[in-house]
Design a protein around this ligand. Structure first.
Ligand code: B12
Length: 210
């Protein structure tokens, strides 16, 4: 069924994709496995976009489909919530970038895993991050970005946090599409998460949750 879902999303068959997701949930497929299939589909969509077979409307529709898939899965993922709050995480998509589906999944997973999360949204300037660190006092800051240009903005954001004298008080993790360990070093972040669970694992480690 996973393969069918990948193709339904990649081929823009929205109704069929959402029906398949519901069927998979009902038949007990792990929500994270369904999300993985949706991610594989996004990779195909991205590739078709690069090759010129798809255009912006397809990217938009793919984004919408993924949001809807995430909405169907949220109640399933929230079934084992941890009530105790471990700590605070500030998160946002960096300046110049408006991709938020991946970030929203990270936010949600942090929330159901016991973190208090403040999501600043998309296209967030370095100064806005600084201001929010002062007000919200998080232990962890998460920067999301899907565009290549986001790598420079992540670096700039971390530099601005440092200049404001706040760098030592927070751990910073980055993630999104093409972000890698190499980009982590380039940007000066403390950690890189390839997916939402990796983000949760980093945050747990940094606030001292076993
Ligand atoms: C959907 C989509 C869009 C939608 C976004 C809708 C939305 N609300 O987010 C729209 C249509 C708006 C869009 C616009 C554009 N897009 Co676009 N888009 C995509 C697409 C197809 C999917 C992205 C996505 O949502 N993936 C699904 C999520 C779930 O991805 P994920 O990586 O698995 O997410 C996990 C991790 O990344 C991680 N994570 C994410 N954030 C964080 C943060 C932290 C702290 C941690 C720890 C982890 C973490 O956890 C997530 C959950 O597990 C990608 C292709 C691709 N393969 O990614 C292109 C893609 C990112 N877009 C691209 C481009 C070029 C654009 C545009 C410039 C197009 C244009 N000409 O206008 C604009 C840019 C707008 C802007 N200023 O940001 C390029 C980027 C190329 C580059 N190297 O810069 C891509 C790669 C497509 C391609 N192959 O060419 N896009």
């Amino acid at each position: 069924m996973s393969d069918e879902l990948v193709h339904a999303i990649a081929d823009m068959r929205e109704e069929e994709a959402l029906k398949l997701v519901k069927e998979m949930v009902q038949s007990g497929v792990e929500p994270m496995a369904i999300l993985d299939a949706a991610r594989d589909a996004m990779a195909i969509v991205g590739q078709r976009f690069e090759e010129g077979a798809y255009f912006l409307p397809e990217l938009l529709l793919a984004g919408e489909m993924l949001s809807q898939v995430a909405d169907i899965l949220k109640p399933e993922l929230a079934k084992q919530p941890e009530i105790k709050r471990h700590g605070k995480v500030l998160i946002g998509t960096v300046k110049g970038d408006i991709h938020d589906i991946g970030k929203n999944i990270v936010t949600f997973m942090l929330d159901v895993n016991g973190f208090e999360v403040l999501d600043l949204g998309v296209d967030v300037s370095p100064d806005k991050f600084v201001e929010a660190i002062r007000d919200f006092q998080p232990q962890v800051v998460g920067l999301s970005g899907f565009l290549t240009l986001a790598f420079d903005t992540m670096k700039e954001t971390i530099k601005t946090i440092e200049t404001a004298g706040l760098r030592d008080g927070v751990k910073i993790m980055i993630g999104g599409g093409q972000v890698s360990e190499e980009i982590r070093k380039y940007a000066g972040a403390d950690g890189y998460g390839k997916d939402a669970m990796a983000g949760v694992t980093l945050a747990r480690k940094w606030v001292g949750v076993e």
